[in-house]
Design a protein around this ligand. Structure first.
Ligand code: TYD
Length: 142
């Protein structure tokens, strides 16, 4: 749920030769890391995301540059600005996300708790909201 979504401060090893950040599954993120993917060469003004997941959990990191992530759990919306490679935004399941405001040359890295599975997606906002309302009324996620 949205209460679990938060900025996670990742370890940063400062060094005059350049800084280093590392991420271990179940330690720095609350899930085992099954998959990584990244968005890059994003043209100015583009929007990504626009979906939610039944099960998948993710950590989103601005590896380079910056962008915004808007989270929506069907009850409220929160906008996060990511611009440091040692901050990660943890997103739980059942949270709609949209990414926008990409700076030029930005790279958005995503660590995911499961393999890619299209059937885990809600790609239609109205269907997502219907599912949220069902859960609000006591039904399990389906
Ligand atoms: P999409 O979910 O629309 O990207 P975003 O949420 O970042 O805007 O995915 C774009 C395409 O890439 C879509 O056809 C599914 C495919 N895809 C994979 O094959 N594997 C993956 O791990 C991901 C994230 C996407």
């Amino acid at each position: 749920t949205i209460e679990d979504c938060r900025i996670i401060h990742l370890p940063k090893v400062q060094d005059p030769r350049g800084n280093l950040t590392f991420i271990e599954g179940k330690k720095h993120v609350p899930f085992d890391i099954k998959r990584a993917y990244y968005l890059y060469d994003v043209p100015g003004g583009a929007e990504r995301g626009g979906h939610a997941h039944q099960q998948l959990e993710q950590l989103i990191i601005a590896m380079s540059g910056s962008f915004d992530v808007v989270l929506d759990d069907g009850h409220g919306q929160w906008r996060f600005h990511l611009n440091r490679s040692y901050y990660g935004l943890y997103i739980s399941s059942m949270v709609w996300r949209e990414l926008d405001n990409f700076s030029s040359g930005s790279v958005c890295m995503v660590l995911a708790s499961t393999y890619y599975e299209e059937s885990d997606y809600y790609r239609n906002y109205d269907e997502f909201i219907k599912a949220v309302r069902k859960i609000d009324n006591g039904s399990p996620v389906s």
